[in-house]
Design a protein around this ligand. Structure first.
Ligand code: FAD
Ligand code: UDP
Length: 392
């Protein structure tokens, strides 16, 4: 009998398996239908011996000390600050848009103060910022929006930015200084020996059994367990009762070139050209030295493995129907990017899993019979035993 059946060996499932096994001494079975652990963060050495991320570039960044310290129990780190260039009007310019982006794009030599005025002169008045279009045009105006955001977003999501929640393009800031880092989080690093190695260490405990190539439907009737943690798509769990929740998919085209370095930056974005959104050069992320180089191209598509929940009102409403069902399902806990339909980064999924773990332990504590209060060498319970006059 397992205490927990965990569906999905990505961040959500593996963090919970680790906590439950090591901290609460629970017996855990974790299953994944894929042939590997680590979910979408899975990395491996390709046939040329270059470490690549099978499901696209994964860059770790967080402001959470708790999350960073927690993962540090399972990996050493390589400090890494991510940088991206965008291919626009035949030039490669820093993305997020910053002072250098504007100067290079328009052949100017503005300073920070002047570029701020430039943005103000371009910005459109938007009374309520609701959509991903509103976010950008209200900050930098329509021209930059069209050069950097409009077509990239249409390609990535199959939707116009005006049809997407503001949270999507809000992920990318605008800067008036020369900071060209993609993220500004306190902790920015890559697992020194890769993500998969970190997951191997997370799951390395005698209380944890891992079953790969296994859809949970195929074992659920044969393996006894008390509670389930589900990290797959929530609509699938409920047999699409209210209809399909849209998830955006991608096709990854991996390529190895016989040169040491190919790109001018770790990632180059292509908002307006090509069918792919971006190219990543893995060695720039991992720091690996190798005479060849490995790249991945991302081609967005509607069908296929679910990678991104699609943030927009009608989808949030549909998800809320599933969430209500999920909340009413006893002994099944839904966590992670697919199961809670949230466009979460890795650190947010780890935080969500740690929070669920705390909730599960608090629930268990509250169900435990209260221990009698000890007074001196005897307990209050002893004192409450009815007296037996025959013995007195
Ligand atoms: P997943 O990793 O998706 O794990 C869920 C697992 O459940 C999967 O392995 C799946 O096979 C399994 N499963 C589903 N259904 C079943 C079933 N029926 N039976 C058995 N198993 C099942 N985050 C960052 O912080 N930084 C980045 O740079 C970054 N880049 C990204 C790039 C791309 C292209 C993508 C798609 C995501 C990126 N992310 C990034 C987000 C990151 O991948 C997620 O936040 C994280 O991996 C989610 O973990 P999870 O455990 O919720 O889900
Ligand atoms: N985006 C864009 N142009 C870019 C980079 C991002 O329009 O050059 C928009 C796009 O809608 C994208 C979103 O901003 O989906 C979030 O970008 P991020 O790089 O965070 O996407 P992820 O790494 O999650 O795919």
């Amino acid at each position: 009998m397992f205490d927990y059946l965990i569906v999905g060996a990505g961040f959500a499932g593996s963090v919970l398996a680790e906590r439950l096994a090591t901290r609460s001494n629970k017996k855990v079975l974790i299953v994944d239908k894929r042939s590997h652990i680590a979910g979408n963060a899975f990395d491996h050495y390709n046939e040329d011996g270059i470490l690549v991320h099978k499901y696209g570039p994964h860059i770790f960044h967080t402001n959470s000390k708790e999350v960073f310290e927690y993962l540090s129990n399972f990996t050493e780190w390589r400090p890494y600050e991510h940088r991206v260039l965008a291919s626009v009007d035949g030039q490669l310019v820093p993305m997020p848009i910053n002072l250098d982006t504007i100067n290079k794009l328009y052949g100017l030599s503005l300073n920070s103060f002047e570029v701020e005025q430039f943005f103000e002169s371009q910005a459109e008045d938007v009374s309520v910022i609701r959509t991903s279009e509103d976010v950008v045009v209200s900050k930098v105006g329509r021209q930059l929006y069209e050069k950097f955001f409009k077509n990239y977003t249409r390609k990535q999501w199959g939707l116009d930015p005006s049809e997407l929640d503001k949270s999507v393009t809000s992920r990318v800031p605008t800067r008036t200084n020369r900071d060209d880092r993609y993220f500004t989080d306190t902790y920015q690093a890559m697992p020194l020996h890769g993500y998969t190695r970190m997951f191997e260490r997370l799951l390395d405990h005698p209380n944890i059994k891992v079953m790969l190539n296994t859809d949970y439907h195929d074992i659920i009737d044969f393996i006894p367990f008390k509670e389930m943690i589900f990290t797959g798509p929530v609509d699938e769990y409920f047999d699409f009762r209210y209809g399909k929740l849209p998830y955006r998919s991608l096709e990854f085209k991996h390529e190895t070139l016989n040169v040491e370095q190919h790109l001018a930056a770790p990632v180059v974005n292509f908002p307006n050209d090509n069918l792919y959104t971006r190219i990543t050069e893995f060695k720039a992320l991992t720091g690996q030295k190798h005479p060849k180089t490995a790249l991945v191209y991302e081609y967005p598509k509607a069908e296929g493995d679910p990678y991104y929940p699609v943030p927009r009102l009608e989808n949030a409403e549909l998800y809320n129907q599933y969430k209500k069902l999920a909340d009413e399902t006893p002994n099944v806990h839904f966590v992670g990017r697919l199961a809670t339909y949230k466009y979460y980064n890795m650190d947010q999924v780890v935080a969500q899993a740690l929070t669920l773990y705390k909730k599960l332990t608090e629930k268990e504590e509250s169900l435990k019979p209260k221990k009698p209060i000890i007074v001196g060498s005897t307990s209050i319970m002893d004192k409450l035993v009815p007296r037996d006059p025959a013995k007195e």
